[in-house]
Design a protein around this ligand. Structure first.
Ligand SMILES: C[S@@+](CC[C@H](N)C(=O)[O-])C[C@H]1O[C@@H](n2cnc3c(N)ncnc32)[C@H](O)[C@@H]1O
Length: 278
């Protein structure tokens, strides 16, 4: 169970029907995360290379609203995997997220199973998966629990399986803003997990991560969209943008990001992959 008042609990409160408007404001900018990560590697080749008997079984950890598979679909995955069937297990502690992800999946994906659990609680009987991924998914897992969660994700993979975690680094907008926000408005909040901590946890789980870092900017001219994006970044709708712009470390972070066409934020994101030893 998430700790009361923790980042993980606030995340779950937002990944719910009452958080839909915030989710949509967030993806006005965050849709770029998915365009960039899909372009970052040949995901169809990864799926084809790890298929067995004409099908590849995927575990989508913290599936959220399914933006990653939706972007793969939009960029033509079905034609690129050919005859391979892609069977997906969705995992997320939010029933809302599971339903959203299920509703966007199309060919080549078919939903094989749903697991309404946290990564830390992934049951040992979920196993033998060919491909496991978690895309912009693990920020709210407490840093002291990411090792347990990732060990369970790796344990669900078959020998020779492929894994990928796409996660922002500590010098990226997501982590810099979350830290500034914590210092200014929420000093007791649990920090977000960083890509550096994810990599360390993967090594602890016995696999050798390979890392490619991608860099891009996101922005929007409309202040109300920026406000919704920033609030969703920290799962807290209580502080308006006008207040963020004048208080403490958040104001210091935001001021240099404001240009003539509005705010722009730099994302530095690690695409971390591994192969489980055969
Ligand atoms: C930003 S979304 C992930 C985006 C997703 N990968 C996609 O393709 O759209 C983050 C998800 O993490 C889930 N989450 C929060 N805490 C979690 C935990 N401890 N274990 C697994 N998922 C968690 C939330 O419910 C939410 O659905």
């Amino acid at each position: 169970m998430p700790q009361p008042g923790s980042t993980e609990e606030r995340s779950l409160a937002h990944w719910a029907e009452q958080g839909r408007a915030g989710m949509e404001a967030f993806y006005a900018l965050a849709a770029e995360d998915y365009r960039q990560m899909v372009a970052a590697r040949d995901w169809a080749a990864d799926l084809r290379a790890h298929a067995r008997d004409g099908r590849v079984r995927v575990l989508d950890v913290a599936c959220g609203s399914g933006k990653f598979p939706a972007e793969l679909q939009r960029q033509g995955l079905a034609a690129r995997v050919g005859d391979v069937r892609v069977e997906i297990d969705l995992l997320d502690p939010s029933a809302f997220s599971l339903a959203e992800a299920r509703s966007v999946l199309e060919a080549p994906f078919t939903v094989r199973a749903e697991h309404e659990v946290r990564i830390q609680d992934l049951p040992a009987d979920v196993g033998d998966v060919d491909v496991a991924w978690a895309t912009h998914a693990l920020y709210a897992v407490p840093p002291q629990e990411i090792g347990v969660g990732i060990a369970r994700m790796v344990a669900a993979q078959r020998p020779g399986g492929f894994g990928a975690i796409v996660h922002a680094r500590s010098d990226s907008h997501y982590l810099r803003f979350a830290e500034a926000y914590r210092a200014t408005f929420s000093p007791d909040a649990v920090p977000f997990t960083t890509a550096e901590q994810v990599r360390h946890a993967l090594t602890g789980a016995g696999v050798v991560p390979e890392v490619t870092t991608i860099r891009y900017d996101v922005g929007h001219p409309d202040r109300s969209v920026i406000e919704g994006f920033l609030q969703r970044c920290v799962f807290d709708d209580s502080v308006p943008l006008a207040r963020m712009e004048i208080e403490g470390a958040v104001a210091e972070y935001l001021t240099p990001q404001l240009g003539t066409d509005g705010y722009r934020f730099t994302q530095l994101v690690d695409v971390i992959t591994w192969e489980v030893p055969a």
